[in-house]
Design a protein around this ligand. Structure first.
Ligand code: NAP
Length: 285
């Protein structure tokens, strides 16, 4: 029987390429995208083994509606790939009062995972895959001002730091989630991964990054999906791993379990992050 994978932000870039690969390997893919036209267009290209379902990862209400819809339809979900993300987005606060980049890149991952865990748990070998980035390595000392940030600074330097922090938080979350799932006797595994650096629309909000992320010297998205595909298909993974590449700078290569930023190995910091996130979102495992 086909396994069903939800991929957030799968109308373009890495998410779309991953959907294509999974469909070719006999999976069914739910395209969890915010833009109806783009989502339907992706569904049209990917064919009958894909289905677009609208979800805006910057809104609690939209994530609630999405998970209620899946529940109502009694859909079988085997894998959730948290992939949607933004980089160097204009720095402002959403209706829910939370910084836009922080919400889409981190809170959305946490909140959607908590909302779908019971559906995933119904099936053996289910996994939550959290996309992170090599930018997570750039944080040296954890500054908690980047958690639910109140800063209105619109400089590129600040946005770069915020992007790195959201990727570090995704990774810490993924490892802590794995620990908690095991402790509570859940079967679902949590695995973090990153795509290296590949061409995509990620740089779209700033002209210089838009240019860089479209350069022909950057690897294509098909290279970036390798570690993500490995995270899904490798049944020997136990949960809690970080899958990157076997090269020094990890821009590309062969998928391999890699060491995360040492901050991620600090139990106290991960627990603190979990506590702050569950308090902010009002939802826990
Ligand atoms: N490209 C890289 O080199 C690289 C490296 C490390 C990590 N990553 C991570 O990989 C992930 C995918 O990035 P990408 O490179 O494929 O960039 P991309 O082509 O810009 O794709 C990002 C996807 O996220 C979606 N998205 C953004 N905000 C959303 C929201 N509020 N609700 C639902 N979907 C939303 C976008 O939808 P719209 O089209 O509607 O905006 C798009 O489908 C990101 O999390 C990024 O941080 C990328």
């Amino acid at each position: 029987m086909k396994k069903t994978v939800i991929i957030t932000g799968s109308n373009s870039g890495i998410g779309f390429e991953l959907a294509k690969k999974l469909i070719s390997e006999n999976y069914f893919v739910i395209l969890a995208c915010r833009n109806r036209n783009k989502g339907l267009e992706a569904e049209k290209i990917l064919g009958i083994n894909s289905k677009f379902i609208e979800v805006d990862l910057s809104s609690y209400k939209s994530i609630d509606a999405f998970s209620n819809y899946l529940r109502h339809k009694n859909l079988t979900i085997n894998y959730l790939v948290n992939n949607a993300g933004v980089m160097f987005h204009p720095n402002y606060f959403l209706e829910n009062g939370i910084n836009v980049t922080f919400f889409i890149n981190y809170i959305g991952y946490y909140y959607l995972s908590m909302k779908l865990i019971d559906l995933l748990e119904k099936n053996n070998n289910s996994k939550i895959i959290n996309i992170s980035s090599i930018s997570s390595y750039s944080v040296k000392n954890l500054d908690w001002n980047f958690f639910n940030p109140k800063n209105t600074n619109n400089s590129l330097k600040y946005k770069r730091e915020l992007y790195s922090y959201t990727n570090l938080f995704r990774l810490m979350f993924s490892i802590e989630l794995s620990k908690r799932l095991k402790m509570k006797g859940f079967k679902t595994k949590s695995i973090a991964t990153h795509p290296g650096v590949v061409k995509s629309s990620l740089g779209r909000y700033v002209w210089i990054s838009k240019l860089i992320y479209s350069l022909p010297i950057l690897p294509p998205t098909i290279i970036g999906i390798k570690p993500i595909y490995e995270s899904i298909s490798n049944q020997s993974l136990k949960g809690g791993e970080f899958i990157g590449f076997d090269t020094k700078n990890q821009w590309k290569g062969t998928p391999k379990i890699v060491e995360p930023n040492p901050i991620c190995n600090n139990d106290n910091l991960r627990e603190l992050l979990w506590g702050k996130t569950s308090e902010l979102t009002g939802i826990n495992l």
